[in-house]
Design a binder for this molecule. Structure first.
Ligand code: COA
Length: 283
């Protein structure tokens, strides 16, 4: 087994791995990683077949994210996941990144614990299934958020998330501007959201709101803009209102995720504002 840097030509293989795991990412998501981190995405190659992947991204030098940790089911339990993670850690340590974070599935969590990751908080994947004939008529998708307002949202996101991830959010906005939303008043930002058109579902996140009324308005707006029968979002278990709002719209709990970190978590952001994260792969 050879570990090597992932390139654009490996995206098809990455898509195969994520399909085997039933994940929702698209080629655009792999490209976001590769654009942000040319030498920080890795694949495990066995005789020319890509059987594992792991990707890293550094957010403003404050911390890094590890995502897309995938091993072909036929190759699991042979130490490939561990070697991929060790390669990511080595890469980030040598770049002097002080903290590494990730969102672990129950399958990934034991592996990360062995490598020194500890729990920050719990997340939950929620899923909505709607009959296509019942979908609201889509609103005009021509209205894009004006650049100065988008800048304002990016600044607010840096505070909520704990680091600057505006390059990723700008690419998400560019691809699906109809999902980008923001609510503010004279006192500042009340809430905002972005969304992605995944391979099987529209994905709401980040979904940020100061209070339940704002959270509800943002979720309703997202559901009006989405034309998919399936919608998913990864919400903070401790958020006092997000789950009630999701349930009221017909979402159901799907599975747990655990936010973990390794090193010193000096920039935790403001989790109390977060209804849902951008996604487990990006934070
Ligand atoms: C998680 C995943 C990447 C692990 O890959 P893998 O190649 O099977 O893992 P490894 O063989 O390197 O195992 C590494 C260590 O974790 C342990 N481990 C792995 N999976 C485990 C599990 N489900 N339960 C308990 N321990 C587990 C192994 O025993 C091993 O411990 P050791 O080094 O002490 O022997 C793989 O199961 C996978 O692709 N799952 C689906 C996608 C997913 O959930 N990815 C994680 C995203 S956060």
């Amino acid at each position: 087994m050879q570990l090597r840097t992932m390139t654009e030509t490996d995206i098809a293989a990455g898509m195969r791995l994520k399909e085997l795991a039933g994940w929702n990412q698209t080629e655009a998501d792999w490209r976001r990683f590769l654009r942000a981190s040319r030498d920080g995405c890795f694949v495990a190659d066995v005789d020319g077949t890509v059987c594992g992947s792991a990707a890293t991204i550094v957010y403003g030098g404050r911390f890094a994210w590890v995502g897309m940790v995938l091993v072909d089911p036929e190759y699991r339990g042979r130490g490939i996941g561990k070697r991929l993670l060790e390669r990511c850690i080595e890469h980030l340590d040598s770049a002097g990144v002080p903290c590494i974070k990730l969102d672990a599935t129950p399958l990934g969590k034991p592996l990360y614990e062995k490598l020194g990751f500890v729990t920050e908080y719990e997340l939950e994947r929620w899923i909505l299934k709607r009959a296509l004939e019942n979908l609201p008529k889509q609103m005009d998708s021509g209205e894009k958020m004006p650049a100065p307002l988008l800048d304002f949202v990016m600044k607010a996101d840096g505070e909520a998330f704990g680091a600057d991830r505006s390059a990723i959010l700008r690419s998400v906005n560019q691809e699906e501007p109809r999902f980008t939303d923001g609510l503010w008043n004279a006192g500042g930002m009340e809430g905002y959201a972005f969304g992605r058109h995944g391979s099987f579902a529209d994905h709401l996140g980040p979904w940020i709101a100061k209070d339940a009324a704002t959270g509800q308005r943002i979720l309703e707006q997202f559901l009006k803009q989405s034309s998919r029968g399936t919608v998913v979002t990864d919400c903070l278990q401790a958020n006092p209102f997000a789950k009630n709002i999701l349930q009221a719209q017909g979402f159901e709990y799907a599975r747990p995720l655990t936010r973990m970190f390794r090193g010193q978590n000096k920039f935790p952001g403001r989790p109390e504002l977060v209804c849902s994260i951008l996604g487990p792969e990006f934070g």
